[in-house]
Design a protein around this ligand. Structure first.
Ligand SMILES: [Fe+2]
Ligand SMILES: [Fe+2]
Length: 214
């Protein structure tokens, strides 16, 4: 059986389908078990519950953005192997998306109202990175994952110690993000210029600040 090559139009249609799935909360997941499932729901104060909910909402918004970045990059990546890797990583991000949304709901919250904006903004950034060149877009993935891990570490310091369900999800996400970053570097991702890294940090600060609130 020969591998099918898709036209740019085919890929745009598939991307639109992915966008709808991501934003409507029905993404294609890998089917791995939710790491929170075998943890007991803990006794949390109202303040602890609210803080966990807000942080998990930030994580969910970050996963919406990650999903869009991968889809955007996959659209413009030149090498099929790079495109294939991006699509696989995007599917794993969908697990995170799914687990975070479930946890936000369990904690009595809602996902960020700004998710469509995160999706389309990140999609454009991803497509631009992919168009510049594979080694840069892979470098962009590696740097993104590094910054995400720093964020997740910050969240682990803020989530109540007894909130094992939220913590289990964040811990598994850290493992996966480290893997995605290492893969991107192995595939040829280069170290990004410092100003680009700073700009990425600034963008994520704006995004996480807004998703924390709404
Ligand atoms: Fe993720
Ligand atoms: Fe990732």
């Amino acid at each position: 059986m020969s591998a099918r090559t898709y036209s740019l139009f085919d890929r745009l249609v598939m991307n639109f389908d992915q966008a709808v799935r991501t934003l409507a909360g029905r993404p294609l997941v890998t089917g791995r078990p939710n790491p929170a499932d075998d943890r007991e729901e803990a006794e949390l104060s109202e303040a602890e519950k609210r803080e966990s909910m807000r942080l998990m909402r930030v994580n969910h918004a970050g996963e919406v953005a990650a999903q869009a970045l991968y889809q955007g990059q996959a659209l413009t990546a030149r090498l099929p192997v790079v495109r294939g890797r991006m699509e696989r990583a995007a599917e794993e991000e969908n697990d995170h998306l799914d687990w975070c949304e479930k946890r936000v709901n369990e904690l009595g919250g809602h996902v960020s109202y700004l998710n469509p904006a995160w999706y389309f903004g990140s999609f454009a950034i991803g497509a631009a990175a992919g168009a510049i060149g594979d080694k840069w877009s892979l470098g962009f993935v590696a740097e993104t994952e590094k910054q995400v891990i720093e964020h997740l570490d910050g969240h682990l310091r803020r989530i109540a110690p007894q909130d094992g369900k939220s913590r289990a999800i964040v811990e598994q996400m850290k493992v996966d993000e480290a893997h995605h970053g290492a893969e991107a570097r192995r595939a040829g991702g280069v170290d990004l210029p410092q100003p680009v890294k700073q700009l990425m940090k600034l963008t994520s600060r704006i995004m996480t600040g807004a998703a924390y609130r709404v």
